[in-house]
Design a protein around this ligand. Structure first.
Ligand SMILES: NC(=O)c1ccc[n+]([C@@H]2O[C@H](COP(=O)([O-])OP(=O)(O)OC[C@H]3O[C@@H](n4cnc5c(N)ncnc54)[C@H](OP(=O)(O)O)[C@@H]3O)[C@@H](O)[C@H]2O)c1
Length: 276
């Protein structure tokens, strides 16, 4: 596997272009094994969240690994019912205790909870200024959420992690983020494997000798998007990071863009049930 490159965030922090997502991995042997195998393969970026209830397992794996702490980019997120200024500061400490870390690389607001996220952001700004976290950002923010946040923010979000795959190619949002130097990161980057049978993916897969998952992940990279495919399986982890020995042509990127239907796996951020 060739080495994984990084993007540089607006504050100079390097963020590896490929990370391991750990959603739905149990907080025990499954997440420990998955993180250890990914680190062994050369991954240096792990994406968890307090909502996934596996931060302790991620922390155990990081402790057990021989890879140096400063060489690994670790993300976690503040969940919806933890938002608000003081609440977020407390949630951060709980996450850090489970992760067993003394600093974090990226702290994200998990969803734009109406009436809460501007206060939550102030807590993230404090954690950033205090040196507890190297970069701060958001998830699932649309243009109007980012507009509202940046009206009062003193520090701009550095990352926006959103649902992105060929069925939901969020072109305008990606352009907005590029204009504001916000790094876009794709969750469900391979659409949980649901769309691999599209003929264009088969065609490009045959042409490059790469799997449909690799073609989709390379498509994200051509758009300067960070990807965090989840896999508990070592050979699929290897496949998902083996993306740096080929490139898609501009017209091939366009062909994949055209698979967009707007179909989402998760909720639309304006339709999420924030009371649940
Ligand atoms: N911010 C948010 O709101 C949000 C929401 C959802 C997810 N996320 C983050 O994004 C990460 C990735 O998203 P996701 O887990 O929802 O979906 P995903 O990465 O698109 O897909 C994961 C699924 O695809 C399978 N898979 C992985 N690699 C494969 C390959 N090469 N070929 C065929 N199947 C493959 C996995 O199974 P195996 O494990 O068996 O390989 C798993 O079932 C999450 O783990 C989480 O960290 C964030």
């Amino acid at each position: 596997m060739t080495a994984i490159d990084s993007f540089t965030l607006q504050n100079g922090t390097n963020m590896p272009k490929v990370g391991l997502g750990v959603y739905k991995m149990n907080d025990d042997q499954e997440v420990i094994n998955a993180v250890l195998s990914a680190l062994d393969l050369g991954y240096r970026h792990i994406d968890t969240a307090s909502f996934y209830e596996n931060e302790k397992g991620v922390g155990d794996a990081l402790k057990r690994s021989k890879v140096e702490r400063e060489d690994i980019f670790v993300t976690t997120k503040v969940w919806n019912d933890e938002q608000g200024y003081e609440e977020t500061l407390d949630a951060f400490e709980r996450s850090m205790e489970k992760l067993q870390l003394d600093y974090l690389d990226l702290y994200l607001i998990h969803w734009p909870v109406p009436g809460k996220y501007t206060e939550t952001w102030k807590a993230l700004e404090k954690l950033y200024r205090d040196g507890r976290v190297k970069a701060i950002g958001v998830c699932n923010f649309m243009e109007h959420h980012l507009d509202e946040l940046m009206n009062t923010a003193e520090i701009k979000p550095m990352v926006n992690q959103v649902e992105l795959h060929p069925r939901i190619y969020q072109k305008e949002l990606m352009e907005y983020c590029k204009e504001h130097k916000i790094q876009v990161e794709a969750w469900a980057p391979i659409g949980r494997g649901k769309y691999f049978d599209a003929p264009v993916l088969k065609k490009l897969s045959d042409k490059y000798g790469k799997s449909p998952a690799q073609i989709i992940l390379r498509w994200h990279l051509e758009h300067d998007v960070v990807v965090i495919p989840k896999s508990s399986n070592k050979s699929r982890q290897e496949e998902n990071a083996d993306l740096f020995d080929f490139e898609l042509k501009a017209e091939e990127v366009e062909e994949i863009n055209a698979l967009h239907t707007g179909e989402r796996i998760g909720k639309h951020p304006d339709e999420f049930d924030y009371e649940a």
